[in-house]
Write a protein that binds this ligand. Structure first.
Ligand code: ZN
Length: 316
């Protein structure tokens, strides 16, 4: 046993720090740039603000393979408010107003220790606290439909909700069997679902895209694997700053930088198809190499979100 234990620990350490071989994916190095970005000042005046609906702390090792066990990292559960002149938009809706009851009743007890949270104001309340009527939100784009992204969805009945139809169908079909979905977060018949068609051709190193407002400011790209239909959003500002909101394809920027998957247990718990995630992970890895100034923002990576302005409470 003494002989086997060190070997086992070495194996475990290696297995926990393996990186994805980028050479497997040469297509991820083929880029088609958007000529409109050569003169960013001509882009519409878009502003971003982050709304934190909850927090958690976890060992870094759970976030990416090779992370440290004794370093604590903050996870956040945000929505992003995008103020576009043609209509305000939310990226995800974080934890909703009914999250405590939903979590208590629908999260399997085996997973509760891994999926905890400290609750903040839900998105609608945060908007109200900032003096913003929630009816200004015209669109919601979901990176995916998991419980910590779709929680506030039904607080915005006036908004069009964008998510690929095939992904929605799988989420509805699996809501009762997959722990990541809380079906009652997205079962209202009043939800105005819209499906992006990704018919706007190649964009950077993605083979298809959907230019949301047709002006180059917000571009959706498919990032399947974490769930069916998962997507990412580029947001291009007139200042020249560019963001990529990458959902849960990785839980931290290091996942793209290395590149690597989440810790094997994390991935096993939350990723629907980890093999098919390797390509989008490598795509973002190559994007970061080509555009070092690109801000890549995984949904839960508090460090990656520090540079984003946060929605502030209205002064009394
Ligand atoms: Zn998530």
């Amino acid at each position: 046993m003494r002989l086997y234990l060190p070997s086992f620990l070495c194996f475990l350490a290696l297995a926990c720090s393996s990186r994805i071989d980028v050479k497997q994916f040469p297509a991820a190095c083929v880029f088609v740039g958007d000529p409109r970005l050569e003169n960013p000042a001509s882009l519409p005046r878009v502003e971003l603000q982050l709304i934190d609906t909850g927090w958690n702390n976890t060992p870094e090792a759970f976030l990416f393979q090779g992370g440290r066990w004794f370093t604590s990292r903050q996870l956040t559960f945000p929505a992003v408010l995008v103020r576009h002149p043609s209509g305000w938009l939310l990226i995800d809706t974080g934890l909703g107003p009914d999250i405590d009851q939903q979590f208590d009743e629908q999260m399997p007890w085996t997973l509760k220790p891994f999926m905890g949270y400290e609750k903040g104001p839900d998105v609608r309340s945060a908007l109200q606290n900032a003096g913003i009527d929630s009816s200004v939100v015209k669109h919601i784009v979901l990176t995916h439909l998991h419980w910590d992204h779709a929680g506030g969805l039904e607080s915005f009945p006036q908004a069009e909700v964008w998510f690929p139809k095939t992904g929605l169908e799988q989420a509805v079909a699996r809501a009762d069997e997959e722990a990541g979905y809380f079906g009652d977060q997205f079962d209202a018949e009043t939800i105005r679902w819209r499906s992006p068609e990704f018919s706007d051709g190649p964009y950077e190193n993605f083979s298809s895209s959907f230019d949301f407002y047709g002006d180059g400011s917000i571009v959706l790209v498919p990032m399947p694997g974490h769930t069916a239909g998962s997507l990412g959003l580029f947001v291009n500002l007139p200042s020249g700053e560019r963001y990529l909101f990458s959902g849960d394809t990785t839980w931290s920027v290091e996942g793209f930088q290395r590149p690597c998957h989440k810790f094997w247990l994390s991935s096993w718990l939350v990723d629907a198809d980890s093999d098919s995630m390797e390509y989008p992970i490598v795509q973002v890895h190559q994007l970061m190499k080509r555009y070092p100034a690109l801000h890549v923002v995984p949904t839960h990576d508090a460090v990656a979100q520090m540079r984003l302005p946060h929605l502030q409470k209205k002064a009394d």
